[in-house]
Design a protein around this ligand. Structure first.
Ligand SMILES: Nc1ncnc2c1ncn2[C@@H]1O[C@H](COP(=O)(O)OP(=O)(O)OP(=O)(O)O)[C@@H](O)[C@H]1O
Length: 295
C-alpha cells in the first residue's frame, strides 16, 4: 500500500503541490491524472525520496521511502525514461541495475523478455525510440520483483500496441496483489488500464475514486440548439445543471430525465450522452482548469 498524507511542496512563492492526500491499495492500478504542471511529477518525486516535501509525509509498504533498506526490492520506480545512459545497451543497463539491487544478473534477460526487448538487448539505449525506453524503464522497475510500482507518464511515446501491452502487464501485476500508481495527462491513455483515479489540478486533489464512481458522477452531457433555453428548462425541472464550454451542459440526472425535461419545454437537443468516457474527459478538464481549482 502507498499512502500520501498532506504532502505539500513550495518552490519560493510557487506552490507546486498543496496538502495532497490519497492511498493506493494493493491489487489495484491508480491513475494519477492532471494536466501539464499540475504537480504529478513533484508528488511522485516526494514519494520516492527525490524531492523533500515542504510538509506532509508518505509511505510505501508502511515505511518512508528513505527508510526502506533496499527500496528497489519493495517499489519499482520509473520517473524519467529518457534519463537512461544512451551509451549503454539495454542489457548492460539492466545488468548494472540488477547488481545494484543485489539480484542475479540473469534477471536482466528475463525482464528484457518480459517487456519485449530481447531482440534489442544489444542495441545502445541512445538508439531506442521513446516507447522502447519506456519499456526498458518498466523492465528496470520490475527487476527487484517489487510489490509496488510508481511510474511517471509510462504511456508517453508508446503507440496503441505498446499501451495495450503495458495494460496487460500492469493488470497482471495488480492481479497478483501488486500496487500500481501511474501518472498521465491524458485520461484516454490510461482509462482502460486503471481501476481508480486521483485527479490533480494546480497542485490540489480535485477528484479521487474508482473509475466507476467518477463515471457515474460525471452525469449526462447535453447540448441544445438554444443553450440558454435548455439550461432554463432543465433548471425549472429541478435538475442540477453545470454549464461546460461550447454550450454543453452537464446534468446530474439520467439521459432519460434530461430528454424528458427538454421535450416538455420543446427544446431541441443536438447531443445527449450519459456518463461515458467522453463525459469523464469533459469533467476532467473542468476539474483541472485553473478557474475550477481556484473556485
Ligand atoms: N525544481 C523546481 N523549481 C521550481 N518550480 C518547480 C520545480 N519543479 C516543479 N516546479 C513547478 O511545480 C509545478 C508542478 O510541476 P510538476 O512537474 O510536478 O507537474 P506535472 O503535473 O508533473 O506536469 P508535467 O506533466 O508537465 O510533467 C509547476 O508549476 C512547475 O513549474
Amino acid at each position: 500500500m502507498i499512502t500520501v498524507e498532506n504532502l505539500s511542496k513550495r518552490y519560493g512563492s510557487t506552490t507546486a503541490v498543496h496538502e495532497v492526500s490519497f492511498t493506493v491499495e494493493p491489487g489495484s492500478i491508480t491513475g494519477f491524472l492532471g494536466p501539464n504542471g499540475a504537480g504529478k511529477s513533484t508528488t511522485l518525486r516526494m514519494l520516492t525520496g527525490l524531492t523533500p516535501p515542504t510538509s506532509g509525509s508518505s509511505t510505501i509498504a508502511g515505511r518512508r521511502y528513505a527508510d526502506l533498506p533496499n527500496p528497489g526490492r519493495v517499489v519499482g520506480v520509473m520517473l524519467d525514461a529518457a534519463a537512461q545512459h544512451p551509451g549503454r545497451t539495454g542489457r548492460e543497463t539492466l545488468q548494472l541495475n540488477a547488481s545494484l539491487l543485489g539480484v542475479p544478473k540473469t534477471r536482466a534477460d528475463e525482464m528484457l523478455e518480459a517487456v519485449g526487448l530481447s531482440s534489442a538487448a544489444k542495441r545502445r539505449v541512445g538508439q531506442y525510440s521513446l516507447g522502447m525506453r519506456q519499456r526498458l524503464g518498466i523492465a528496470s522497475a520490475l527487476l527487484g520483483d517489487p510489490a509496488a510500482l510508481i511510474l511517471d507518464e509510462p504511456a508517453n511515446g508508446m503507440d496503441p500496441e505498446g499501451i495495450r501491452w503495458m495494460r496487460g502487464l500492469l493488470q497482471d501485476f495488480a492481479s497478483r496483489g501488486g500496487t500500481v500508481i501511474l501518472s498521465s495527462h491524458l485520461l484516454g491513455e490510461v482509462q482502460a488500464t486503471v481501476d481508480r483515479l486521483v485527479v490533480i489540478g494546480s497542485g490540489r486533489i480535485v477528484a479521487n475514486g474508482s473509475l466507476e464512481e467518477l463515471l457515474a458522477g460525471s452525469g449526462t452531457l447535453v447540448r441544445g440548439l438554444d443553450p440558454a433555453g435548455l439550461r432554463q428548462a432543465l433548471t425549472t425541472a429541478g435538475l442540477s445543471v453545470e454549464p461546460l464550454h461550447d454550450g454543453a451542459l452537464r446534468v446530474d440526472a439520467t439521459a432519460e430525465q434530461v430528454g424528458r425535461a427538454a421535450a416538455a419545454a420543446n427544446q431541441i437537443l443536438i447531443e445527449l450522452r450519459e456518463s461515458d468516457s467522453a463525459g469523464l474527459e469533459e469533467l476532467f478538464f473542468q476539474l483541472t482548469s485553473p478557474t475550477a481549482v481556484a473556485a
